[in-house]
Design a protein around this ligand. Structure first.
Ligand SMILES: Nc1nc2c(c(=O)[nH]1)N[C@H]1C(S)=C(S)[C@@H](COP(=O)(O)OP(=O)(O)OC[C@H]3O[C@@H](n4cnc5c(N)ncnc54)[C@H](O)[C@@H]3O)O[C@H]1N2
Ligand code: MOO
Length: 392
């Protein structure tokens, strides 16, 4: 049995970025990372642009100007201004080549075709220069940049429709167990509704991993070997739930061994999630998560999350941990470090009743996990506790 710290370190070291390329429509590339440098195909802005509603001026020494025309956003004409002449102009409109500056309309008095500005202004005042953000052929965004909504807006403003991005992992979720029944069917005695695949699928979707297939296998050794062989050969990441403990019908460990999956670790000194297995077969990463739902989800957030980040070539790979003030008392039994389902709000955290690894009703209302290390035997109200904020 290894420590949580060692297990985290081993996941970090064992999972490499996926360096495959895929092409996406820019608006559908949110959360992806650029596969290559993006160069600007145009200047941005593509012309000298007015930053204000007001008047474009061909500057002279006097405060009085003669109005000779108008340019609205989208207009293509270019009035020619002599010194002392002005055109009405609006935000986003193209500045005539012969205009030097824009005075906002609040600082202008008009009388027919004559206007008087409040004070002198410098050349280029209120004008967005051609190519101010980026010039044609220059680097717009570097390889590896995460495509946030703002980055998608920026690339779209350059007329870019498709982008090359790093492929996200293809993921298989495998549930094991003769007791599992699909929602919508009758529930015979001794059976339970299958929930781990739905829970993990939701967790993956919330982190923007959509390439996920779901597989089910009964507690049967041969069938487990066959199913795991297929999914391991066809995915970057395999998440199995259940069948990894020591029962007579827990076949996952034996099947992974039969398939020559290299064990990186099996069993972590933690609660929940003691029987967690992590292994590799070539570039595929395989987690066998304990079947108990709260154990499976905790291991997802603490370990699988890191693997996902590494696959996407991210630097910050763990969920954020902060210090918070406990508003609950909690007695820890045993010496395993424990992840406790909790609710965090505004610097304070409440450790919930019902911490067993089978308990989904408490996890369902949690947004954090309080970490109680090996040495901790009791958490008292007002103690400062390490709190992992969940991406929910
Ligand atoms: N003799 C021992 N027994 C157990 C030990 C141990 O050290 N010695 N460890 C316990 C711990 S801790 C855990 S955690 C579980 C893990 O067992 P498995 O990973 O083999 O999981 P299963 O036995 O298949 O299932 C456990 C539990 O979870 C339910 N389950 C499984 N899959 C799903 C699913 N897809 N949806 C909803 N619920 C599911 C299953 O019905 C069981 O109730 O082992 C302990 N035993
Ligand atoms: O490790 Mo188990 O998840 O404690 O129930």
């Amino acid at each position: 049995m290894i420590s949580i710290e060692d297990a985290i370190q081993l996941v970090k070291l064992s999972v490499k970025p996926i360096l495959k390329k895929t092409t996406k429509q820019v608006e559908k590339a949110g959360g992806y990372f650029l596969y290559e440098d993006q160069y600007a195909p145009i200047n941005m802005p593509p012309f000298r642009q007015s930053a204000m509603d007001g008047y474009a001026l061909n500057l002279h020494d006097d405060l009085t100007y003669r109005l000779i025309g108008e340019v609205k956003a989208g207009d293509e004409h270019q009035p020619v201004l002599k010194k002392g002449e002005a055109v009405r102009i609006f935000t986003g409109a193209a500045i005539p080549d012969t205009a030097d500056a824009v005075m906002m309309q609040e600082k202008v008095k008009t009388d027919g075709n004559t206007l008087e500005i409040e004070h002198h202004i410098d050349k280029e005042h209120n004008i967005r220069p051609l190519g101010e953000q980026v010039k044609t052929g220059d680097l717009a965004l570097k390889k590896g940049t995460k495509l946030t909504p703002a980055a998608i807006g920026y690339l779209s403003s350059l007329g870019i429709k498709d982008v090359s991005v790093f492929k996200k992992p293809s993921i298989a979720l495998v549930t094991t167990g003769n007791e599992l029944i699909e929602a919508g069917q009758d529930l015979p005695f001794g059976k339970i509704y299958e929930s781990n695949s739905k829970m993990l699928l939701a967790a993956l979707y919330s982190l923007k991993f959509y390439d996920v297939s779901i597989h089910k296998v009964a507690d049967d050794y041969e069938k487990t070997v066959t199913k795991l062989n297929t999914v391991i050969n066809n995915h970057d990441l395999v998440l199995i739930t259940g069948g990894i403990s020591v029962g007579d019908y827990d076949f996952v460990g034996k099947a992974l061994n039969q398939l020559n999956v290299k064990e990186v670790f099996y069993k972590v000194k933690q609660k929940p999630g003691k029987p967690l297995f992590f292994g590799k077969k070539e570039d595929t990463s395989i987690f066998a998560l304990p079947g108990n739902p709260a154990a499976a989800l905790t291991c997802f957030y603490v370990y699988v999350f890191i693997a996902l980040q590494n696959m996407m070539n991210r630097d910050a790979s763990e969920l954020p941990r902060i210090q918070a003030k406990s508003v609950s008392d909690f007695n820890k039994k045993g010496d395993r470090p424990q992840f406790l389902k909790a609710v965090y709000n505004d610097g304070k955290v409440e450790i919930l009743e019902g911490q067993s690894s089978a308990m989904q009703h408490t996890f369902a209302v949690s947004n954090a996990l309080v970490f109680a290390s090996e040495e901790v035997t009791k958490i008292n109200r007002n103690d400062t506790v390490e709190t992992i904020l969940l991406p929910v």
